[in-house]
Ligand binder design. Structure first.
Ligand SMILES: [Zn+2]
Length: 392
């Protein structure tokens, strides 16, 4: 069945590329992806899917289903389509959308001969809003047996991890005063923010490899002749394990508390609700994906460089899941750059999108035709979950 499905995907190449380019040309930020969600929904409806718009109460999410004729695994392919401020599709989520729709339409054409149910979830706001978390909370993953998506990159990787992340907001309230004539009457909130950064920088020597704490000052005062009465900063705290990320958040809190004590400013330390878990890629599914993507001419590479964070991490705690990467450019092209934005609409990206769609479709076929794959994936998932709970 793989060959006919792949041929079908090839026959849809022009339509899929048109969709990916249209999304690229109309970048929409997280939870504002109305056009992209509509375009994907229409394409899937045309392919025989029943589409529920605003799935989980999220206006730019959707859930599409192609029912089973015969019982079998319920497999979900996830589509992202949000862009970045200023940079547009510099993370290539337009291609993730094309890959998901390509795999889905390729499989749908032969669905009457296949067991199992095919789902496509439109998952908005990966870049900070966490659309997948909302869909998890709404219960969409409760009846899913396996979930997958493919992200574009400058490498092809089958099972790269991701870092757990928490966004922290810090505000200090001090006391305004003339900075020259009566500085002794003031309490300097900006100094408290600076002291927080200094404490944090001292901490860096003593944190585990791979953990990341990075911040920006969002308020630093008004004029040099006024002692700043209000200053604020935002931090992302990331680590390979959810529990260690939480430990680092506590250490950052103590840096801020120390700064408050030293300066006399009042601290407001807040978790901003942007929190993703570290991904645990399912090795059984990743091996299946690797086999197919290599057959399609994309050798799996050794991961280079650091890792980011994704709300697919949370999905990987709910069901066996993979989030592999496909190379869309010949050389090194960092994500979230203007160069990556250009690569996401290039000819190599088109070829990569089609190959990834085929590989995803092939893993779905494996799950539907070889019960041992799902069994293996689920056993591994349960074992990993037990280990992860022990870790928390
Ligand atoms: Zn991304």
């Amino acid at each position: 069945m793989t060959e006919p499905v792949w041929k079908k995907i090839d026959s849809l190449a022009r339509e899929l590329w048109d969709l990916a380019l249209r999304i690229h040309a109309h970048p929409e930020l997280g939870f504002e992806e109305h056009q992209a969600a509509a375009w994907l929904s229409e394409a899937l409806e045309k392919g025989g899917f029943r589409v529920e718009r605003s799935a989980g109460g999220v206006s730019t999410a959707f859930s599409a289903v192609h029912q089973a004729n015969k019982p079998g695994p319920r497999v979900a392919i996830l589509a992202e389509y949000d862009a970045l401020p200023e940079l547009g599709h510099a993370c290539g989520h337009n291609l993730i959308a094309g890959i998901a729709v390509g795999a889905a339409l390729g499989l749908a054409a032969f669905k009457k001969d296949l067991p199992g149910t095919l789902l496509v979830f439109g998952t908005p706001a990966e870049e900070g809003g966490g659309g997948k978390l909302k869909l998890i909370q709404a219960g969409l993953f409760r009846s899913v047996d396996a979930a997958m998506m493919v992200h574009p990159a400058d490498q092809t990787l089958a099972d790269r991890g991701s870092l757990a992340i928490t966004e922290v907001g810090i505000e200090f309230r001090g006391k305004a005063a003339h900075a020259s004539s009566e500085p002794d009457k003031g309490i300097n909130a900006l100094d408290a923010v600076i002291q927080t950064f200094i404490g944090l920088n001292a901490l860096r020597q003593h944190i585990r490899d791979g953990a990341r704490i990075h911040g920006v000052i969002t308020h630093g005062g008004q004029k040099p002749n006024i002692v700043p009465e209000h200053a604020a900063a935002r931090f992302y705290v990331r680590a390979a394990e959810n529990a260690y990320r939480d430990e680092l958040v506590d250490k950052l809190r103590r840096c801020a508390e120390g700064a408050a004590l030293a300066t006399g400013a009042e601290l407001d330390f807040r978790l901003m609700g942007h929190e993703y878990k570290a991904i645990r890629p399912n090795q059984a599914l990743a091996r299946a994906f690797a086999r197919h993507i290599e057959d399609l001419g994309y050798p799996v590479e050794m991961p280079e460089g650091g890792m980011g964070s994704t709300d697919m991490g949370d999905v990987s705690w709910e069901v066996p899941a993979i989030h592999p990467y496909i190379r869309i450019a010949p050389g090194v092209v960092p994500g979230h750059s203007r160069e990556f934005c250009a690569a996401a609409k290039s000819e190599p990206a088109k070829a990569a999108m089609l190959a990834a769609a085929k590989a995803v479709a092939a893993v779905c076929l494996d799950l539907w035709t070889d019960p041992s794959l799902l069994r293996e994936a689920q056993e591994e998932f349960k074992a990993a979950l037990t280990a992860k709970q022990a870790n928390r």
